[in-house]
Design a protein around this ligand. Structure first.
Ligand SMILES: [Zn+2]
Ligand SMILES: [Zn+2]
Length: 324
């Protein structure tokens, strides 16, 4: 076969479409593999200690605590009374996020628990030098708040990375795709979005509190503040909102055109230090949320399928190469 015939065949093969693997995103599979590794380390450690069931139950008690359930219900009532945007209870965005709440309860809570254990085992086992032994003698009232503030800084950094690094953004984009923000949007996240956050947030815990656990109620309180920020409310928390992330403050991060500001999870100070804080104006109308151009399939699209089918499409989306 001549060179020209080979070239012609190559062109014909190319015209038939890209190979199947070209339609996949290898970076997303790498993140999935990293997550699998951390989870495997956690399960192996806990099984060898006979503590797997007990640790999963403790994680459930922290991340699905009655305090958090009460907060979600109370916020839902407030959203009906004083909504930032008025919409039906069963708006498609709410129904879709209820599906994510189910996924969160069944899959994400155990995953978060195992990521936390696995990250501590990996970082504690391979980077013991980061442990600050001197902090063992510090009083709890000093070291516990310091650790939680450092964890919040690590979560800010992970969130910043989610927006700056393409492979991480592919998983984070699902959270930003919601065009009908509500308290339930806190649970609208790809399960593989959490890996970097847990790896980074474990560093200050291993460094500052290598031998002491953080009281579960503090973790639950932290999660509660992080959940309230998606509420469909215009609350800015007044003067407290200059320090703590409010629904109005976080809504600006979900703006449709740009998500470059207000990356804080609980504290606003990291945004202020990074020059990325925009505090909400009292008189401003709530802006539109979601992603311009809808790169992730969304329920508000007239062609969207049933909620559970769409959920599967949204979860698979990061593994596909972007069409653009
Ligand atoms: Zn974000
Ligand atoms: Zn958000």
């Amino acid at each position: 076969m001549s060179v020209s015939q080979l070239q012609a065949r190559a062109q014909v093969t190319g015209a038939a479409g890209p190979a199947w693997w070209r339609r996949l995103s290898p970076a997303s599979f790498a993140i999935a593999a990293l997550t699998g590794l951390v989870v495997w380390v956690a399960v192996a450690n806990l099984v060898s200690q006979g503590r797997l069931a007990a640790v999963l139950a403790a994680g459930r008690a922290e991340l699905a605590a009655p305090l958090l359930v009460a907060l979600v219900v109370a916020t839902g009532i407030c959203e009906r009374l004083w909504p930032a945007e008025r919409r039906p209870v069963l708006a498609r965005g709410h129904v879709q996020d209820i599906c994510y709440l189910g996924l969160h309860a069944v899959v994400v809570i155990p995953l978060m628990t195992l990521l936390s254990v696995g990250a501590a085992a990996l970082i504690g086992g391979h980077a013991r030098w980061i442990e600050l032994r001197a902090t063992q003698h510090w009083p709890g009232w000093l070291v516990v708040p310091l650790t939680i503030v450092a964890m919040d800084a690590a979560n800010w950094l992970a969130h910043y990375a989610d927006h700056r690094l393409g492979p991480l953004w592919r998983f984070h984009a699902l959270h930003h795709s919601q065009e009908e923000l509500s308290v339930l949007t806190s649970f609208r996240a790809h399960p593989l979005m959490h890996t970097t956050g847990f790896l980074l947030a474990t560093v200050p815990v291993v460094a500052l509190m290598p031998t002491r656990p953080i009281a579960p109620v503090l973790i639950t309180s932290y999660v509660c503040i992080g959940t309230l920020q998606h509420a469909n409310l215009r609350w800015s928390f007044g003067p407290l909102g200059r320090v703590v992330v409010s629904p109005a403050y976080h809504r600006l991060h979900h703006a449709r055109e740009s998500q470059a500001v207000n990356l804080g999870v609980v504290l606003t100070i990291w945004d202020v230090l990074a020059g990325r804080a925009v505090f909400p104006a009292w008189s401003a109308a709530p802006g539109r949320t979601g992603l311009a151009g809808r790169p992730v399939p969304v329920e508000q699209d007239g062609a969207a399928g049933p909620a559970m089918l769409l959920l599967a499409e949204q979860l698979i989306e990061p593994f596909q190469a972007r069409r653009s």
